[in-house]
Design a protein around this ligand. Structure first.
Ligand code: GLU
Length: 442
Protein backbone atom coordinates (compact mmCIF):
# COMPACT_ATOMS: atom_id res chain seq x y z
CA UNK A 1 0.00 0.00 0.00
CA UNK A 2 1.27 3.47 -0.84
CA UNK A 3 1.13 5.72 2.17
CA UNK A 4 -0.47 9.05 1.31
CA UNK A 5 -1.19 11.54 4.07
CA UNK A 6 -2.69 14.97 3.90
CA UNK A 7 -2.62 18.08 6.01
CA UNK A 8 -5.92 19.88 5.56
CA UNK A 9 -5.98 23.32 7.13
CA UNK A 10 -8.80 25.79 6.59
CA UNK A 11 -7.25 29.06 5.45
CA UNK A 12 -9.14 31.12 7.99
CA UNK A 13 -6.08 32.11 10.00
CA UNK A 14 -2.41 31.39 10.55
CA UNK A 15 -1.17 27.94 11.47
CA UNK A 16 -0.72 27.54 15.20
CA UNK A 17 1.37 25.13 17.16
CA UNK A 18 -1.40 22.51 17.25
CA UNK A 19 -1.80 22.32 13.51
CA UNK A 20 1.94 22.61 12.93
CA UNK A 21 2.19 19.44 14.99
CA UNK A 22 -0.49 17.75 12.90
CA UNK A 23 1.30 18.77 9.69
CA UNK A 24 4.60 17.48 11.06
CA UNK A 25 3.16 14.11 12.03
CA UNK A 26 1.53 13.69 8.63
CA UNK A 27 4.85 14.53 7.03
CA UNK A 28 6.93 12.29 9.30
CA UNK A 29 4.62 9.33 8.79
CA UNK A 30 4.73 9.73 5.01
CA UNK A 31 8.54 10.03 5.08
CA UNK A 32 8.92 7.01 7.28
CA UNK A 33 6.87 4.88 4.90
CA UNK A 34 8.31 6.22 1.67
CA UNK A 35 4.95 7.80 0.98
CA UNK A 36 3.57 11.15 -0.08
CA UNK A 37 2.51 14.10 2.02
CA UNK A 38 -0.13 16.38 0.53
CA UNK A 39 -1.48 19.78 1.38
CA UNK A 40 -5.24 20.14 1.04
CA UNK A 41 -6.56 23.65 1.42
CA UNK A 42 -10.03 23.35 2.99
CA UNK A 43 -11.49 26.50 1.52
CA UNK A 44 -15.11 25.50 0.98
CA UNK A 45 -16.15 28.41 3.18
CA UNK A 46 -15.62 31.28 0.75
CA UNK A 47 -16.47 33.90 3.32
CA UNK A 48 -13.97 32.89 5.96
CA UNK A 49 -11.16 31.67 3.69
CA UNK A 50 -8.54 34.20 2.69
CA UNK A 51 -5.84 34.04 0.07
CA UNK A 52 -3.28 35.62 2.37
CA UNK A 53 -3.76 32.72 4.80
CA UNK A 54 -3.25 30.20 1.99
CA UNK A 55 0.03 31.94 1.24
CA UNK A 56 1.12 32.01 4.85
CA UNK A 57 0.29 28.32 5.27
CA UNK A 58 2.56 27.51 2.31
CA UNK A 59 5.29 29.80 3.61
CA UNK A 60 5.08 28.36 7.12
CA UNK A 61 5.30 24.78 5.83
CA UNK A 62 8.29 25.71 3.70
CA UNK A 63 10.03 27.34 6.65
CA UNK A 64 9.35 24.25 8.75
CA UNK A 65 10.79 22.04 6.00
CA UNK A 66 7.50 20.22 5.50
CA UNK A 67 7.21 20.44 1.75
CA UNK A 68 4.08 18.86 0.31
CA UNK A 69 4.42 16.66 -2.76
CA UNK A 70 1.16 18.09 -4.02
CA UNK A 71 -1.47 20.69 -3.20
CA UNK A 72 -5.20 20.65 -3.88
CA UNK A 73 -7.85 23.19 -3.07
CA UNK A 74 -11.36 22.20 -2.18
CA UNK A 75 -12.77 25.28 -3.86
CA UNK A 76 -11.58 23.87 -7.20
CA UNK A 77 -13.30 20.54 -6.65
CA UNK A 78 -16.98 21.43 -6.28
CA UNK A 79 -17.97 19.56 -9.46
CA UNK A 80 -16.59 16.34 -7.99
CA UNK A 81 -18.45 16.92 -4.71
CA UNK A 82 -21.67 17.56 -6.60
CA UNK A 83 -21.32 14.39 -8.63
CA UNK A 84 -20.77 12.19 -5.60
CA UNK A 85 -23.48 14.05 -3.68
CA UNK A 86 -25.95 13.34 -6.48
CA UNK A 87 -25.07 9.64 -6.32
CA UNK A 88 -25.80 9.58 -2.61
CA UNK A 89 -29.10 11.42 -3.11
CA UNK A 90 -30.08 8.90 -5.78
CA UNK A 91 -29.13 6.05 -3.42
CA UNK A 92 -31.27 7.54 -0.66
CA UNK A 93 -28.28 8.23 1.59
CA UNK A 94 -28.70 11.99 1.42
CA UNK A 95 -32.08 13.61 1.92
CA UNK A 96 -33.45 17.13 1.95
CA UNK A 97 -34.55 18.67 5.24
CA UNK A 98 -36.47 21.89 5.58
CA UNK A 99 -36.34 22.85 9.25
CA UNK A 100 -35.10 26.31 10.04
CA UNK A 101 -32.31 26.84 12.55
CA UNK A 102 -34.91 28.06 15.05
CA UNK A 103 -37.06 24.96 14.62
CA UNK A 104 -34.06 22.70 15.10
CA UNK A 105 -33.06 24.64 18.16
CA UNK A 106 -36.53 24.28 19.63
CA UNK A 107 -36.52 20.53 18.96
CA UNK A 108 -33.20 20.22 20.75
CA UNK A 109 -34.46 22.19 23.74
CA UNK A 110 -37.55 20.01 24.04
CA UNK A 111 -35.45 16.82 23.87
CA UNK A 112 -33.03 18.13 26.46
CA UNK A 113 -35.95 19.20 28.65
CA UNK A 114 -37.19 15.61 28.57
CA UNK A 115 -33.76 14.31 29.41
CA UNK A 116 -33.26 12.92 25.90
CA UNK A 117 -30.11 13.30 23.80
CA UNK A 118 -30.55 16.09 21.24
CA UNK A 119 -30.46 13.83 18.18
CA UNK A 120 -32.16 14.94 14.98
CA UNK A 121 -35.55 13.17 14.77
CA UNK A 122 -35.50 12.63 11.01
CA UNK A 123 -38.85 14.33 10.60
CA UNK A 124 -37.78 15.27 7.08
CA UNK A 125 -37.80 11.59 6.08
CA UNK A 126 -41.53 11.47 6.78
CA UNK A 127 -42.36 14.23 4.32
CA UNK A 128 -44.35 13.15 1.27
CA UNK A 129 -43.56 14.35 -2.22
CA UNK A 130 -46.53 16.69 -1.89
CA UNK A 131 -45.21 18.11 1.43
CA UNK A 132 -41.85 18.80 -0.16
CA UNK A 133 -43.42 20.33 -3.24
CA UNK A 134 -45.45 22.64 -1.02
CA UNK A 135 -42.42 23.71 1.01
CA UNK A 136 -40.45 24.42 -2.14
CA UNK A 137 -43.40 26.32 -3.63
CA UNK A 138 -43.37 28.41 -0.45
CA UNK A 139 -39.74 29.23 -1.18
CA UNK A 140 -38.21 27.04 1.53
CA UNK A 141 -34.86 25.76 0.32
CA UNK A 142 -33.72 22.47 1.84
CA UNK A 143 -30.44 21.69 3.48
CA UNK A 144 -29.19 18.16 3.01
CA UNK A 145 -28.45 15.46 5.55
CA UNK A 146 -26.51 12.26 5.27
CA UNK A 147 -28.66 9.36 6.47
CA UNK A 148 -26.69 7.25 8.89
CA UNK A 149 -27.26 3.52 8.75
CA UNK A 150 -28.47 2.75 12.25
CA UNK A 151 -28.04 -0.95 11.64
CA UNK A 152 -24.31 -0.67 10.99
CA UNK A 153 -22.31 -0.14 14.19
CA UNK A 154 -19.28 2.06 13.64
CA UNK A 155 -15.90 0.73 14.68
CA UNK A 156 -12.31 1.37 13.75
CA UNK A 157 -8.92 0.67 15.14
CA UNK A 158 -7.41 4.05 15.78
CA UNK A 159 -3.62 4.03 15.51
CA UNK A 160 -3.40 6.13 18.68
CA UNK A 161 -6.65 5.58 20.55
CA UNK A 162 -7.11 1.86 19.88
CA UNK A 163 -10.53 0.30 19.30
CA UNK A 164 -13.29 2.86 18.80
CA UNK A 165 -17.02 2.12 18.85
CA UNK A 166 -19.92 4.42 18.08
CA UNK A 167 -23.62 3.66 17.88
CA UNK A 168 -24.99 5.56 14.85
CA UNK A 169 -28.46 5.56 16.37
CA UNK A 170 -27.22 7.99 19.01
CA UNK A 171 -25.97 10.47 16.41
CA UNK A 172 -27.75 13.06 14.30
CA UNK A 173 -27.70 12.65 10.55
CA UNK A 174 -25.06 15.24 9.70
CA UNK A 175 -25.86 18.18 7.45
CA UNK A 176 -23.55 18.00 4.46
CA UNK A 177 -24.81 20.84 2.30
CA UNK A 178 -26.46 24.08 3.40
CA UNK A 179 -29.65 25.56 2.00
CA UNK A 180 -27.57 28.08 0.05
CA UNK A 181 -25.73 25.22 -1.66
CA UNK A 182 -22.48 25.67 0.26
CA UNK A 183 -20.61 22.57 1.48
CA UNK A 184 -19.89 21.73 5.05
CA UNK A 185 -16.53 20.18 5.84
CA UNK A 186 -17.71 16.63 6.40
CA UNK A 187 -18.58 15.13 3.00
CA UNK A 188 -16.06 16.93 0.75
CA UNK A 189 -13.31 15.73 3.06
CA UNK A 190 -14.38 12.11 2.56
CA UNK A 191 -14.78 12.56 -1.20
CA UNK A 192 -11.27 14.02 -1.37
CA UNK A 193 -9.75 11.34 0.81
CA UNK A 194 -11.19 8.73 -1.58
CA UNK A 195 -10.27 10.61 -4.75
CA UNK A 196 -6.72 11.36 -3.62
CA UNK A 197 -6.11 7.84 -2.32
CA UNK A 198 -5.38 9.02 1.22
CA UNK A 199 -4.22 5.99 3.18
CA UNK A 200 -3.91 7.58 6.63
CA UNK A 201 -5.86 10.44 8.15
CA UNK A 202 -3.86 12.00 10.96
CA UNK A 203 -5.60 14.75 12.87
CA UNK A 204 -6.56 16.00 16.30
CA UNK A 205 -8.90 14.08 18.57
CA UNK A 206 -11.44 16.87 18.23
CA UNK A 207 -12.31 15.06 14.98
CA UNK A 208 -13.08 11.66 16.52
CA UNK A 209 -16.85 12.01 16.33
CA UNK A 210 -16.55 13.36 12.77
CA UNK A 211 -14.62 10.22 11.90
CA UNK A 212 -17.47 8.05 13.16
CA UNK A 213 -19.83 9.81 10.76
CA UNK A 214 -17.32 9.88 7.94
CA UNK A 215 -16.70 6.13 8.15
CA UNK A 216 -20.29 5.60 7.05
CA UNK A 217 -19.78 8.11 4.24
CA UNK A 218 -16.78 6.16 2.94
CA UNK A 219 -18.93 3.06 3.02
CA UNK A 220 -21.86 4.74 1.28
CA UNK A 221 -19.47 5.96 -1.44
CA UNK A 222 -18.20 2.41 -1.95
CA UNK A 223 -14.72 3.00 -0.54
CA UNK A 224 -12.81 1.40 2.30
CA UNK A 225 -12.04 4.04 4.91
CA UNK A 226 -8.40 5.03 5.41
CA UNK A 227 -6.58 4.30 8.65
CA UNK A 228 -7.07 6.95 11.32
CA UNK A 229 -4.79 8.37 13.97
CA UNK A 230 -6.34 10.92 16.31
CA UNK A 231 -3.86 12.76 18.40
CA UNK A 232 -4.39 14.01 21.91
CA UNK A 233 -4.57 17.78 21.93
CA UNK A 234 -1.84 20.07 23.16
CA UNK A 235 -2.19 22.01 26.34
CA UNK A 236 -0.26 25.05 27.50
CA UNK A 237 2.51 24.77 30.05
CA UNK A 238 0.00 25.40 32.83
CA UNK A 239 -1.72 22.19 31.80
CA UNK A 240 -4.87 23.77 30.45
CA UNK A 241 -6.06 24.24 26.92
CA UNK A 242 -4.80 27.74 26.61
CA UNK A 243 -6.03 30.49 24.35
CA UNK A 244 -2.50 31.61 23.83
CA UNK A 245 -1.56 28.28 22.28
CA UNK A 246 -4.10 28.89 19.56
CA UNK A 247 -2.23 31.99 18.50
CA UNK A 248 1.38 30.84 18.78
CA UNK A 249 2.63 30.22 15.29
CA UNK A 250 5.60 30.48 13.00
CA UNK A 251 5.77 34.28 13.24
CA UNK A 252 6.12 34.18 17.01
CA UNK A 253 8.67 31.40 16.80
CA UNK A 254 10.76 33.29 14.26
CA UNK A 255 10.57 36.44 16.29
CA UNK A 256 11.77 34.57 19.36
CA UNK A 257 14.69 33.16 17.37
CA UNK A 258 13.34 29.62 17.38
CA UNK A 259 14.75 27.43 14.62
CA UNK A 260 12.50 25.10 12.60
CA UNK A 261 14.71 22.21 13.73
CA UNK A 262 13.76 22.91 17.36
CA UNK A 263 10.06 22.96 16.57
CA UNK A 264 10.35 19.70 14.68
CA UNK A 265 12.43 18.03 17.37
CA UNK A 266 9.98 19.02 20.10
CA UNK A 267 6.71 18.42 18.30
CA UNK A 268 7.83 15.06 16.89
CA UNK A 269 8.23 13.69 20.40
CA UNK A 270 5.81 15.67 22.55
CA UNK A 271 3.08 13.32 23.73
CA UNK A 272 5.32 10.25 23.51
CA UNK A 273 7.44 8.78 26.26
CA UNK A 274 10.53 9.20 24.07
CA UNK A 275 13.03 11.85 25.13
CA UNK A 276 13.06 15.18 23.32
CA UNK A 277 16.55 15.53 21.90
CA UNK A 278 18.33 18.39 20.13
CA UNK A 279 18.42 16.76 16.74
CA UNK A 280 18.90 19.13 13.86
CA UNK A 281 18.52 16.48 11.21
CA UNK A 282 15.10 15.03 10.45
CA UNK A 283 16.37 11.49 9.81
CA UNK A 284 16.24 10.34 13.46
CA UNK A 285 12.81 11.93 13.89
CA UNK A 286 11.53 10.10 10.84
CA UNK A 287 13.12 6.82 11.94
CA UNK A 288 11.66 7.04 15.45
CA UNK A 289 8.18 8.15 14.43
CA UNK A 290 5.49 5.68 15.42
CA UNK A 291 1.85 6.35 16.38
CA UNK A 292 2.10 3.56 18.93
CA UNK A 293 4.49 5.79 20.92
CA UNK A 294 1.82 8.44 21.46
CA UNK A 295 -0.31 8.43 24.56
CA UNK A 296 -3.90 9.50 24.95
CA UNK A 297 -3.23 12.14 27.58
CA UNK A 298 -2.99 15.74 26.40
CA UNK A 299 0.58 16.71 25.61
CA UNK A 300 1.99 19.76 27.32
CA UNK A 301 3.63 22.36 25.11
CA UNK A 302 6.06 24.46 27.10
CA UNK A 303 7.64 27.47 25.42
CA UNK A 304 10.51 27.43 27.91
CA UNK A 305 11.30 23.84 26.92
CA UNK A 306 11.26 24.89 23.27
CA UNK A 307 13.65 27.78 23.99
CA UNK A 308 16.08 25.45 25.79
CA UNK A 309 15.95 22.90 23.01
CA UNK A 310 16.48 25.69 20.51
CA UNK A 311 19.67 26.82 22.27
CA UNK A 312 21.01 23.28 22.19
CA UNK A 313 20.28 23.06 18.48
CA UNK A 314 21.86 26.45 17.76
CA UNK A 315 25.06 25.10 19.34
CA UNK A 316 25.30 22.56 16.51
CA UNK A 317 24.34 24.73 13.54
CA UNK A 318 27.02 25.01 10.90
CA UNK A 319 28.27 28.34 9.63
CA UNK A 320 26.82 27.55 6.20
CA UNK A 321 23.39 27.05 7.75
CA UNK A 322 23.35 30.49 9.36
CA UNK A 323 25.74 32.65 7.30
CA UNK A 324 23.02 34.74 5.66
CA UNK A 325 21.62 35.67 9.06
CA UNK A 326 24.92 36.86 10.54
CA UNK A 327 26.53 40.30 10.31
CA UNK A 328 28.09 40.52 6.85
CA UNK A 329 31.72 40.42 7.99
CA UNK A 330 31.26 37.63 10.52
CA UNK A 331 33.11 34.53 9.34
CA UNK A 332 33.08 30.86 10.24
CA UNK A 333 35.69 31.18 13.00
CA UNK A 334 33.68 33.89 14.76
CA UNK A 335 30.48 31.86 14.44
CA UNK A 336 32.16 28.80 15.89
CA UNK A 337 33.68 30.83 18.72
CA UNK A 338 30.40 32.35 19.89
CA UNK A 339 27.97 29.55 18.98
CA UNK A 340 28.21 27.69 22.33
CA UNK A 341 27.01 30.81 24.14
CA UNK A 342 23.96 31.52 22.05
CA UNK A 343 20.30 30.93 22.77
CA UNK A 344 19.39 32.22 19.32
CA UNK A 345 21.28 32.85 16.09
CA UNK A 346 20.42 36.56 16.31
CA UNK A 347 22.49 36.86 19.48
CA UNK A 348 25.60 36.20 17.41
CA UNK A 349 25.43 39.86 16.36
CA UNK A 350 25.99 40.94 19.98
CA UNK A 351 29.18 38.94 20.16
CA UNK A 352 30.28 40.20 16.78
CA UNK A 353 29.91 43.67 18.25
CA UNK A 354 32.09 42.57 21.19
CA UNK A 355 34.71 41.29 18.77
CA UNK A 356 34.67 44.37 16.56
CA UNK A 357 34.18 46.85 19.37
CA UNK A 358 33.99 49.37 20.69
CA UNK A 359 33.27 47.72 24.02
CA UNK A 360 32.61 49.54 27.25
CA UNK A 361 35.01 48.16 29.80
CA UNK A 362 34.03 48.28 33.45
CA UNK A 363 36.37 50.34 35.65
CA UNK A 364 39.55 48.36 36.33
CA UNK A 365 39.74 49.52 39.96
CA UNK A 366 42.44 47.63 41.81
CA UNK A 367 43.24 45.60 38.68
CA UNK A 368 44.54 48.69 36.87
CA UNK A 369 48.21 47.82 37.38
CA UNK A 370 47.62 44.23 36.45
CA UNK A 371 45.93 45.26 33.21
CA UNK A 372 48.74 47.70 32.38
CA UNK A 373 51.11 44.81 32.79
CA UNK A 374 48.85 42.65 30.62
CA UNK A 375 48.94 45.28 27.89
CA UNK A 376 52.74 45.26 27.97
CA UNK A 377 52.91 41.46 27.89
CA UNK A 378 50.32 41.26 25.13
CA UNK A 379 52.58 43.33 22.92
CA UNK A 380 55.31 40.68 23.17
CA UNK A 381 53.45 37.40 22.68
CA UNK A 382 53.03 35.43 19.47
CA UNK A 383 49.61 36.40 18.07
CA UNK A 384 49.73 33.87 15.28
CA UNK A 385 49.38 30.86 17.57
CA UNK A 386 47.25 30.73 20.69
CA UNK A 387 47.51 34.26 22.10
CA UNK A 388 45.14 33.68 25.01
CA UNK A 389 47.14 30.83 26.53
CA UNK A 390 50.37 32.62 25.75
CA UNK A 391 49.13 35.77 27.48
CA UNK A 392 47.75 33.91 30.49
CA UNK A 393 50.91 31.83 30.93
CA UNK A 394 53.17 34.87 30.74
CA UNK A 395 51.01 36.85 33.17
CA UNK A 396 50.83 33.93 35.57
CA UNK A 397 54.65 33.79 35.65
CA UNK A 398 54.98 37.52 36.06
CA UNK A 399 52.30 38.19 38.64
CA UNK A 400 51.76 34.89 40.41
CA UNK A 401 48.02 35.26 39.80
CA UNK A 402 45.98 32.24 38.88
CA UNK A 403 42.37 31.24 38.40
CA UNK A 404 39.75 33.94 38.52
CA UNK A 405 42.04 36.88 39.49
CA UNK A 406 44.21 35.98 36.53
CA UNK A 407 41.42 35.59 33.96
CA UNK A 408 38.43 37.69 34.95
CA UNK A 409 40.07 41.19 34.71
CA UNK A 410 41.32 40.23 31.26
CA UNK A 411 37.92 39.05 30.09
CA UNK A 412 36.28 42.21 31.42
CA UNK A 413 38.78 44.53 29.79
CA UNK A 414 38.73 42.64 26.50
CA UNK A 415 35.00 42.01 26.16
CA UNK A 416 33.30 44.35 28.62
CA UNK A 417 31.55 41.36 30.15
CA UNK A 418 32.03 38.85 32.94
CA UNK A 419 30.91 35.84 30.93
CA UNK A 420 31.03 34.75 27.36
CA UNK A 421 32.61 32.50 24.81
CA UNK A 422 35.93 30.78 25.41
CA UNK A 423 38.59 33.51 25.41
CA UNK A 424 40.99 31.23 23.53
CA UNK A 425 38.58 31.33 20.59
CA UNK A 426 37.62 34.98 21.00
CA UNK A 427 41.01 36.64 21.43
CA UNK A 428 42.43 35.82 17.98
CA UNK A 429 39.24 37.31 16.53
CA UNK A 430 39.57 40.48 18.59
CA UNK A 431 43.14 40.56 17.33
CA UNK A 432 46.30 42.21 18.54
CA UNK A 433 45.55 45.87 17.92
CA UNK A 434 42.12 45.96 19.47
CA UNK A 435 43.23 43.78 22.37
CA UNK A 436 46.21 46.01 23.17
CA UNK A 437 44.03 49.10 23.06
CA UNK A 438 41.38 47.55 25.32
CA UNK A 439 43.97 46.41 27.88
CA UNK A 440 45.93 49.63 27.81
CA UNK A 441 43.01 52.01 28.37
CA UNK A 442 42.33 50.63 31.86
N1 GLU B 1 -10.06 21.49 7.72
C1 GLU B 1 -10.21 20.54 8.80
C2 GLU B 1 -9.57 21.13 10.04
O1 GLU B 1 -8.72 22.00 9.91
C3 GLU B 1 -9.52 19.25 8.38
C4 GLU B 1 -9.69 18.13 9.29
C5 GLU B 1 -9.14 16.87 8.66
O2 GLU B 1 -7.93 16.65 8.75
O3 GLU B 1 -9.93 16.13 8.06
O4 GLU B 1 -9.92 20.79 11.13
Amino acid sequence: MTVITRFAPSPTGRLHVGNIRTALHNWLFAQKNGGRFMLRIDDTDAERSEERHVESIRADLTWLGLIPADEVRQSARFALYQRRFDELVAAGRIYPAYESAQELDLKRKIQLGRGLPPVYDRAALDLSDADRAKLEADGVRPHWRFRLDHAAPITWHDLIRGEQHFDPATMSDPVVCRADGSWLYMLPSVIDDIDLGISHVVRGEDHVSNTALQIQMFDALGAAPPAFAHEALLTGSEGKLSKRLGSVGVDQFREAGIEPQAIRALLARLGTSDPVEPVGDVAPLVAGFDFARFGRAPARFDEAELAQLNARIVHYLSYEAVATRLPAAMGAAAWEAVRPNLATVAEAADWWQVIEGPVDAPAAGEDADYLAEAAAVAATIDWAGDPWHALAAALKDKTGRKGKPLFLPLRRALTGRDHGPDMAALLPLIGRDRALARLARS
